[in-house]
Design a protein around this ligand. Structure first.
Ligand code: ATP
Ligand code: MG
Length: 339
């Protein structure tokens, strides 16, 4: 049986004669039924949407408008990166595996009157896998990745942002997906901030209501570099909160040792020595270092030795360290839970 709030919405939209709303709610019901493995019902609903023509005031058949997000606020992409390609500490990896299992075996949970978890917050300094992990979760669940484009949602007009957010979630509900809110603090920030206007409070309140209403077949992944800025009520809504920290020395060594193995040849460096020489402040920097090495080797077309390329790149990276970037530190920790 479809969720009662969706049925009530369908009735309201029908009475109002709002055909766009009828379609989006009917598609949400179909997605809900499909998630419960009631494929027959889901297909009958979709078939009805495709074939039955509503009759307009003039008695002529009118096509039902297709659901679009209407705001341009969603960028859809097909995920390509698997979770095994990411270096995650055991706590974060374990939590992700649990989430993926709950989603994959949601029918077993539902048979016991339970819902899978579906709201994840990823926090941590730049370049340590928040965006990559959102993509990997979508990949593992074989779902499309919907990334929210704030520039299309947030406007300076009073009330408009909250309305756009509602429309965006109406669209999202029509299909199982991973919905990715990057820089979640931009929209879910603390309502108590004295500098904020009533507008931001209204936006956060709308966001919280939409988060509560999001069906469990839509997995929400929020990412933030500033978890301390989040509204506490928004924070509470995330059933999983993971911290993706900068890699520890041990983690960099294991990352580098894997990369050196892939390159083969006489490196002249152990992974440990390379780690001390490069001191990457994030996985992204570690990745960049090896991409650079590969570029030099490829352009050398076999004329350059791995050892001399590594020497060059180590020097280049050491020179880069003298250009400090705000917010990036070389401090490392291995904590993995934010809560
Ligand atoms: N844990 C990781 N394991 C392997 N590669 C990683 C990891 N974290 C980051 N990378 C690599 O670094 C690059 C940047 O990572 P990503 O965009 O996911 O970081 P982010 O945490 O979202 O950063 P930002 O806060 O700047 O958005 C990616 O190309 C990815 O391949
Ligand atoms: Mg990111």
């Amino acid at each position: 049986m479809a969720r009662s709030d969706l049925l009530v919405n369908l009735v309201k939209a029908g009475v109002r004669g709002d055909m766009a709303d009828v379609r989006s709610t009917a598609e949400a019901i179909a997605a809900d039924e499909r998630a419960k493995k009631h494929t027959g019902v889901a297909e009958r609903i979709v078939h009805a949407l495709e074939t039955v023509q509503p009759t307009g005031r003039n008695g002529h058949a009118q096509p039902l408008p297709r659901v679009r997000d209407g705001t341009g606020g969603i960028q859809r992409s097909e995920p390509r990166r698997s979770i095994n390609e990411l270096y995650l500490d055991p706590t974060s990896r374990g939590a992700c595996d649990e989430l993926i299992e709950e989603q994959r075996r949601a029918d077993v949970l539902r048979a016991h009157g339970l819902e899978p978890r579906h709201r994840v917050l990823l926090a941590g300094p730049p370049g340590n896998g928040k965006t990559s992990l959102a993509e990997a979760i979508a990949y593992e669940l074989a779902l499309p990745l919907f990334t929210v484009r704030y520039e299309a949602v947030v406007t300076s007009y009073l009330g408009e942002t909250a309305q756009r957010l509602r429309r965006l979630f109406d669209f999202v509900r029509t299909e199982p997906c991973v919905l990715f809110f990057d820089e979640f603090d931009a929209i879910g920030k603390e309502r108590g901030d004295i500098h904020e206007t009533g507008e931001i409070k209204r936006v956060v309140t709308t966001l919280l209501l939409q988060l509560d209403d999001l069906p469990s077949y839509c997995v929400l992944v929020g990412a933030t570099n500033h978890p301390e800025l989040l509204d506490r009520a928004a924070w509470r809504r995330f059933e999983l909160r993971l911290k993706l920290d900068a890699p520890s020395e041990k983690q960099v060594i294991s990352y580098f040792s894997e990369c050196l193995k892939e390159l083969g040849g006489q490196a002249g460096y152990t992974a440990k020595r390379l780690c001390e020489a490069v001191q990457p402040s994030s996985y992204s920097e570690a990745e960049e270092f090896f991409l650079d090495v590969r570029r030099r080797l490829a352009l050398g077309q076999g004329s350059r030795e791995l050892r001399s390329v590594l020497d060059d790149r180590v020097r280049a990276f050491a020179a880069r360290r003298y250009m400090p970037v705000e917010g990036v530190t070389h401090g490392r920790s291995t904590n993995s839970s934010v809560s």
